[in-house]
Design a protein around this ligand. Sequence first.
Ligand code: FE
Length: 497
Amino acid sequence: MSKSALNPATTKVTRHFDRHDWASGYCNVEKELNNVRVQPLRGTIPKELCGFFYRNGPGRLERNGQRVHHPFDGDGMITSLHFKESQLKLSNRFVQTEGWQQEEEAGKFIYRGVFGTQKPGGAIANAFDLRFKNIANTHVVKLGDQLLALWEAAGPHALNPITLETYGLSNLNGVLKEGEPFSAHPRFDPGHHGTRRMVTFGVKTGPKSTVRLMEFETEGKNAGQLISSRKDSFNGFSFLHDFAITPNWAIFLQNAISFNPLPFILGQKGAAQCLSSKPGSKGKFLLIPRDCGIFAGQEPRSFDAPDGFVFHHLNAWEQNKQIVVESIHYPDFPEVGPQDDFLTMNFDQIPAGILSRCEINLASKQVITTRFSDQCCEFATTNPLKQGRHARYSWMAIAERKEGYAPLQAIKKLDLVNLEQSIWSAAPRGFVSEPLMIPRPNSHVEDEGWILVLVWNGSRRGTDLVILNANNLKEEALIELPISIPHGLHGSWVNES
Ligand code: FE
């Protein structure tokens, strides 16, 4: 066994990490590989695991000696891991957006980043430059015969699902107008209304915000076609990164934050750095009826949300006259100011994400909130067949410490009914990313399948793919990948067709 390999689940680990190990995971991806065979360092790849694991995230974090101000400003790079008959092949390519091509040619940043990256030359060079670069770095999903690299402030980029070649910005066969935003957080309805479909949205924000809710076919000859679309306007600025679905509702949480664009216009801050929490104001749950559901055509409903801030939801379902929504709540909006260096930030000052459940009573409008655990977590997921239904199990990335913020180093399986938990840890030198749950084919057991997770291995300064048994989080295989993939964002699984 390699000395650099991560600790198996059975090894006792200390609860410390080295900041340099964590920081080393923010590096440029220096090469693009095409269909390169990779082999497990230990364990075997389950034979029933057949398909593609696609993953998006910032892959270019520095140009000409200038580092991005925040990793979310890094250009999107797609990794594809193709599983077939216990063999695995890796490809990776940057999403060749127009801005990426221009900056590659220029050899420096020529666009400002939403999260504070500035062009060289200080505020004078950046003032009144309100252009932005679609960095296509947040999520990747397959729709019809195309792979879509998503970034919520603009349209999707279409890619070849095998070669990862970028076709270009897509309007989805005329569905999107030029420049129309398209969320990076689609949800996949597993079949509440017959076949599986993709439900997603776009937000145009301002003093009044408009949400466009869209549903797409994902199967058969009409895969990729729009099924339905509706628009609803709400008062106030909206920062809607994610949402949740039930058979009848699309559920949003409109965080209580405000946007002051002046420092952005004057070249002092990135647009996202102009967001701040709005004291004395409450967030709202917005429930929009789905066009396929029993409330189709009705007006949206609004309910008070708990204090704090939410990026990601786990799941939602309907229960008697209630809507239950599970989300990761932060006590406050985590700001990264223009003077802050994300690599040296004080972890103790960063709010920790807490998995909580809100039960919304549609009749009385009462909302009851309960916390599952005080342990900091992110990227919580369910068995995908349970989206919109009551899921008993969740898998998520967690910090090693029991309270407070820290980098994510372990994967937790949580029984949402009795709160029993299992943990697989990559600590002290490994750092986990979003876990993906792949159900075992033809199984109806909710926690039967695998968890795939990319782990930054601080020891060898590289990325490992770890395959865990979803039931008990026992490691089934660990594969050292031949590229270094920075701490990333979201990914998806596509079964072999
Ligand atoms: Fe996200």
